[in-house]
Ligand binder design. Structure first.
Ligand SMILES: Nc1nc2c(ncn2[C@@H]2O[C@H](COP(=O)(O)OP(=O)(O)OP(=O)(O)O)[C@@H](O)[C@H]2O)c(=O)[nH]1
Ligand SMILES: [Mg+2]
Length: 250
C-alpha cells in the first residue's frame, strides 16, 4: 500500500491544529501515513501544540525561524516527506480532511489531483465580494498566461495530492508566495490533471494571513514565468492607448 505524507503549513493556527490533526487521523486510520507540520515560529505556540500530539499521532514538526512564506513551507515539508503520496492542505479546517482519501485514491489514474472549488459540486462558504473577485482575478491571470492552468478550473487551490516523485521535480519560484500549485503546474507540467469538488469552508479559528504583499508576490511569479509575454502585452496596451489618443486628437 502507498504511504501518505500530509503537509500542513502553519502560522498561528493554535486554535485549529489539534482539530485538523484529529480529523486527519480519523480519515486516514486505514492508511500508512505521516503528518508534517511546517511552522514558522508562530507567536501563538502552534508548533508546541503540534509537538504535544506526537505521542498520539504520527506527527513531525519542522520549526522554521520566522515567517518565510507558504510556498517555501510546502517545499520544506516536501523535502522532508517520506510518503509515496503527498497531500498539501491548509491547517485552518477550510480544506476538509474527509476529502483526503478520495484525492489519494484518484491518484491511481491521475498525476495530480486538485481539490477544486470551481467545478460542479464545489463552492465557497461565506466569502466577501472582494475576496471572490480577487480569487477569480487570480485564476483569470493564471489561465491567460499559462497554458498549463487552462486545463484546470481551480489552479490556485491550496489543496492537492500528487506522487512525491513528481512534486520533487519542482523548485519554488516565489518562496514567499502563496500559490505553489500554479508554480507546480507551470514547471513540472503534470500530464493527467484531475479535479475533485469540495466546498471551501470558513476558517475554524484564528485569522487570515493573506496580505497585499502576497498579491504582489503572485504578480512577481508571472513576471518570472512569463516575462516576455508580459512585456509584449504591456507594449501592446501602450501602443493601442497611444493610437487611440492620436486618433481622438486628429
Ligand atoms: N509555515 C507557514 N504557513 C503559512 C504562512 N502563511 C500562511 N500559512 C498557512 O497556510 C495556510 C493558508 O493560509 P491562510 O491564511 O488560511 O490563507 P487563505 O486560506 O487563503 O485565507 P483565509 O480564507 O482568510 O483563511 C494556513 O494553514 C496558514 O497557517 C507562512 O508564511 N508560513
Ligand atoms: Mg485559510
Amino acid at each position: 500500500m502507498k504511504t501518505i505524507t500530509v503537509i500542513l503549513p502553519t502560522y498561528n493556527e493554535k486554535e485549529n491544529i489539534v482539530h485538523v490533526i484529529e480529523q486527519l487521523a480519523e480519515n486516514l486510520k486505514n492508511y500508512d501515513y505521516e503528518i508534517i507540520v511546517v511552522d514558522d515560529n508562530s507567536p501563538d505556540g502552534t508548533a508546541d501544540v503540534a509537538e504535544s500530539l506526537k505521542t498520539k499521532y504520527p506527527v513531525k514538526v519542522i520549526r522554521r525561524p520566522r515567517k518565510l512564506g507558504l510556498t517555501s513551507a510546502i517545499y520544506d515539508g516536501l523535502v522532508n516527506a517520506s510518503g509515496d503520496v503527498i497531500v498539501v492542505m491548509d491547517a485552518d479546517l477550510q480544506h476538509p480532511p474527509s476529502l483526503v482519501p478520495r484525492l489519494v485514491s484518484k491518484l491511481e489514474n491521475c498525476d495530480i489531483v486538485i481539490a477544486s472549488r470551481y467545478i460542479k459540486g464545489g463552492g465557497i462558504q461565506e466569502w466577501s465580494l472582494i475576496r471572490r473577485i480577487v480569487s477569480i482575478g487570480a485564476i483569470l491571470i493564471a489561465r491567460i498566461l499559462l497554458s498549463e492552468c487552462r486545463r484546470v478550473k481551480d489552479p490556485v487551490s491550496g489543496f492537492f495530492a500528487a506522487r512525491r516523485e513528481l512534486l520533487i521535480k519542482w523548485k519554488p519560484i516565489t518562496p514567499e508566495g502563496y500559490k505553489a500549485l500554479v508554480e507546480i503546474l507551470a514547471t513540472v507540467k503534470p500530464r493527467k490533471i484531475c479535479e475533485e469538488p469540495y466546498v471551501f469552508k470558513s476558517r475554524g479559528g484564528g485569522s487570515s494571513k493573506l496580505s497585499s504583499k502576497i498579491i504582489l508576490s503572485y504578480i512577481k511569479l508571472f513576471f518570472k514565468l512569463r516575462a516576455r509575454a508580459l512585456i509584449l502585452i504591456s507594449m501592446a496596451v501602450i501602443a493601442v492607448t497611444a493610437a487611440l489618443l492620436i486618433i481622438l486628437h486628429l
